[in-house]
Design a protein around this ligand. Structure first.
Ligand SMILES: *Cc1c(COP(=O)(O)O)cnc(C)c1O
Length: 412
């Protein structure tokens, strides 16, 4: 054993470890103190031993000089994320939207074209259509599930396909492998927003996706504390293309947030499994209620892409579901939804997901509130729709909380 190896116990992991182990163990080597939990390096700059070393480190930009360039806690998170997604590399960003901003800045220029599902996260649509539209990037929005629409949207300038699966709040699932084939035949890259499933349920590059995007604000943190995002993929894109952009543009992740997410990843596989099981129990319970017109959840046999979802998502549905209440008119359906939401005493009325605390949301007046009624109808967001992000409370307390409102709905 060398002095270095003796000083830092078990700094190097053996090959072939399983994902659950990598999620707990992958990080930079500990400091000279041998801390068992990864250290939080809250520092903006790094002292250099001498001017020559300083010059070399600045030239290489791999060593630590300044935290916009790199930080050990952030580097540990990036290594752990890449190990979990099975990609060569990862780059962490200040938020999920920061990751998509980095993606666009790194890969697109004026005149380029993007094909994107119309069911993706609302801010993603705004970022492509509005913000990057200003810089001459054109985006065509297509059906989440109709592959022919993706094929028909391709232009000679198409550089990127962007998909999210399953989507929010209707849990629509797209076929990652089929989209990858279509993108690659057109010389474009496929990027998948994997926020909902996380690598514990779905690893998009195994189906042919080129890059993976995350809002780590959701399940990766897992307790609703910090904002964070990431892109995962091959080193030649992550390190060579995105590296210089993130260092220059500065949408870097704070070390504190990186540390919170790094710790969150250690329990991610347990939480995803437990929250998925709870969500399935709640979805099945809702499906049997007479007040409920329809439940959207990938693990239910009634879900239109049930088989595809189970194949792509390790047989699990994830922890987000939505359901629709009956209503003779949109106003009546909205009143019923508000009644159920306002009758809860345990669930949080909020617009977030991926927390251990269950969250209840009315999409038509919050996340999709800015759309016209017609756009909302086209997107399938009815006034009677309620979204649930299922957490870790006892499942009977979740269904009891929903029953408070459901059982007292006025018949209409
Ligand atoms: C929340 C979310 C985002 C945006 O991430 P932020 O961390 O809020 O910036 C992107 N995609 C999906 C699917 C999300 O749920």
């Amino acid at each position: 054993m060398s002095d270095e190896e003796r000083r830092i116990a078990r700094a190097k992991l053996p090959e072939g470890l399983r994902p659950e182990t990598l999620a707990v163990r992958t990080a930079l080597a500990p400091s000279q103190h041998g801390e068992n939990s990864e250290a939080l390096f809250l520092t903006s700059a790094y002292v250099q031993p001498d001017a020559q070393t300083s010059a070399e480190r600045f030239a290489a930009s791999e060593d630590f000089t300044y935290s916009r360039t790199s930080n050990p806690t952030v580097r540990s998170l990036e290594a752990r994320l890449a190990a979990m997604e099975g990609t060569e590399a990862a780059v962490a960003t200040a938020s999920g939207m920061g990751a998509i901003l980095l993606l666009c800045m790194g890969l697109l220029k004026a005149g380029d074209h993007v094909v994107c599902s119309r069911s993706v996260f609302g801010s993603t649509i705004n970022l492509f259509a509005k913000e990057f539209g200003k810089f001459g990037v054109e985006t065509t929005f297509v059906s989440q599930t109709d592959l022919q629409e993706w094929r028909d949207a391709i232009k000679p300038t198409t550089k990127l396909f962007f998909a999210e699966t399953p989507t929010n709040p209707l849990t629509e699932v797209c076929d990652i492998g089929a989209l990858a084939d279509i993108a690659h035949a057109a010389g474009a890259l496929l990027v998948v927003d994997n926020t909902y499933s996380t690598p514990c349920l779905q690893r998009p590059t195994e189906f042919g996706a080129d890059l993976i995007m995350h809002s780590a604000t959701k399940y990766m943190d897992g307790q609703g504390r910090v904002m964070a995002g990431a892109l995962c993929g091959p080193s030649r894109i992550i390190k060579d293309v995105f590296g210089p952009v993130v260092r220059t543009a500065g949408m870097v992740l704070s070390p504190f947030n990186a540390w919170v997410v790094l710790k969150g990843l250690e329990t991610l596989s347990l939480r995803m499994r437990a929250q998925s099981e709870q969500a399935l129990a709640v979805a099945s319970w809702l499906e049997a209620r007479p007040e409920v017109a329809r439940v959207h959840y990938p693990s239910l046999a009634s879900h239109p892409q049930h088989e595809l979802a189970m194949r792509q998502q390790s047989g699990q549905g994830g922890a987000v579901l939505s359901f629709e209440l009956h209503g003779a008119t949109p106003e009546a359906a909205r009143a019923a939804a508000f009644h159920v939401i306002d009758s809860t005493r345990v669930l949080s009325i909020a617009t977030n997901l991926g927390d251990t605390k269950s969250i209840i949301t009315h999409p038509a007046t919050t996340s999709h509130g800015r759309l016209s009624e017609e756009q909302r109808r086209a997107a399938g967001i009815s006034q009677g729709l309620i979204r649930l992000s299922v957490g870790l409370e006892h499942v009977d307390d979740i269904t009891d909380d929903l029953l408070r409102g459901l059982s007292t709905l006025l018949k209409n």
